[in-house]
Design a protein around this ligand. Sequence first.
Ligand code: GRF
Length: 218
Amino acid sequence: MVTINYIVGMLSIVTLISGRGSNFEAIVKTAQKERWLVKFTGVIANQATAKGLDFARSQGIPAFAIEHRDYLSRESFDAALIQQIEALGANLVVLAGFMRILTPGFIRHFEGRLINIHPALLPAFPGLHTHERALEAGATEHGATVHFVSEGVDEGPIICQASVPVLPEDDANSLAARVLAAEHQIYPRAVKWFLDGRLRIVGNQVQIQPPESQLIKL
Ligand code: GRF
């Protein structure tokens, strides 16, 4: 069992992004609306052009680019990330559209306080191009998953999922838009559960106390 250590008082979140950052924005806006006791201590992108950095700056959240291209190896890039995240202070590290595979060393370092969102109903469709693959497979339901990160790609104990219907007239864009709207609902919810100390990882499962449905159907 992985123990999640909670510190009483204001908790801090560092978010890693690669692009648009709409999930990050959804989390920040929900936190503001619901007056969460949380501090967004920083956002780090692996490319300086990531749009989400502009949103962070507009909110007074420290925004950093650590460009993976500047590093010779995954290990050295991840070491730079770890250093920056620790300097910012992070009770929780949120991967929000961060499009780099992280090393086992990074994942172990943040075990139990590292979460990700994936645009599919895991364990279905790990990896890329999930919407195209769901359509190709003739899936009638698709969705998104928030999970703790473990060493496999898009694996790890599932915190919550949202399912949406696949409609006959869907193409990858329309399906992606429906899934993204679902992502914006479940990611803030999962982060709040973590901040409230309601999550426990038991084996490969996440328990929520008090119990609440981990699947929403939209
Ligand atoms: C989301 O669909 C997320 O699930 C995937 O990448 C996309 C990022 O979108 N990993 P955004 O940057 O949060 O807008």
